[in-house]
Design a protein around this ligand. Sequence first.
Ligand code: ASP
Ligand code: MG
Length: 413
Amino acid sequence: MALIVQKYGGTSVGTTARILTVAQRIARYHREGHRLVVVVSAMSGETNRLLALAREISPNPSPRELDVVAATGEQVTIGLLAIALQERGLNAKSYTGGQVGILTDNAFTKARILGIDEARMRKDLDAGTIVIVAGFQGVDVDGNITTLGRGGSDTSGVALAAALRADECQIYTDVDGVYTTDPRIVPEARRLDTVTFEEMLEMASLGSKILQIRSVEFAGKYKVKLRVLSSFDDPESTSKGTLITYEEDDTMEQAIISGIAFNRDEAKISVMGVEDKPGIAYSIVGPVAAANLEVDMIVQNIGASGHTDFSFTVNRSEYQKTMDVLQNVRGKSFTAREIIGDNKICKVSVVGIGMRSHVGIASKMFKALADEGINIQMISTSEIKISVVIDEKYLELAVRVLHDAFELEKAPG
Ligand code: ASP
Ligand code: MG
């Protein structure tokens, strides 16, 4: 008997038939004696459709009104799900974000949750009612409707679980958990029973787009037990998905490497022959940051005869803008022999908490890539990951050989 928050994403409620299946799963948890708060997204494709409607009318709609429009998607699904549960003879009530006191700041289209008033939900739960809440939305102090950014229902679910001190937050999606890598690239990829919160953050930000990154951060902050499960499994299935754990409460034997993450949306820029003197990194990265462009990996060569080369990566969609910024400040902020770029690169990373206590991971990684003749262009490391930048055309090969080299198809222990 637990208090469980379940979150169902867009594909899980994509049709009325899918909504009926969701209701069947909820009914099962209810029958098992659990108290349930259920957060839903809009039906898949609906948020895109709504935002496109606004853009048909204006190329630049006001963010406040965009949120008014976008938030309606979730209002449809909460009502439909409540009706589906009532059809099964269960007590269920649907609420918008505002109605259950999800208070946010007023940063329309990317608002942050400030607080949740659980009183109303508690009352329903005590009365045995299943509470259905619209994801992705809240209200600011003035009662304006706000949304939390694309994929924001994950964050709604985690925030509700934190506020209610739920025993578990179950995120239902179209995959049955977190995998050692993308199974479309490596068919032998294995579902992880557990992954630590830190590893999940690395995997999510590196392109394993299962959970909105902000929701993972939120879960970490409030130590919410998060579990990723599939809504496409049989509603009576006992599959446990992937549990995201916190290192301190994890007594299990940890795998050294948990997964291979990758990101195709990268571009590399090199500023060649800059003066090797204090302030040079700032003179290059400063103007880029001032233009609100996010710099990822950074490498500076050892200087030779007073000059050095400086390279970094940015999101591929911001490649041209970054090049323009650098060309504009070149000669003013810094001098350089040339500025070159490559937007056909990708980043591949080996992620694992066990790296903290094991040596030789980097050498094994580099050997596996060398054996395939894959040239490494940049390297960066942290306590729990090693990332390399390589030519985009080798991405799948690299992921495959690394998955193989670290024997990730085998369960640890
Ligand atoms: N419906 C919103 C979106 O499509 C929020 C979500 O699904 O998490 O981004
Ligand atoms: Mg989502």
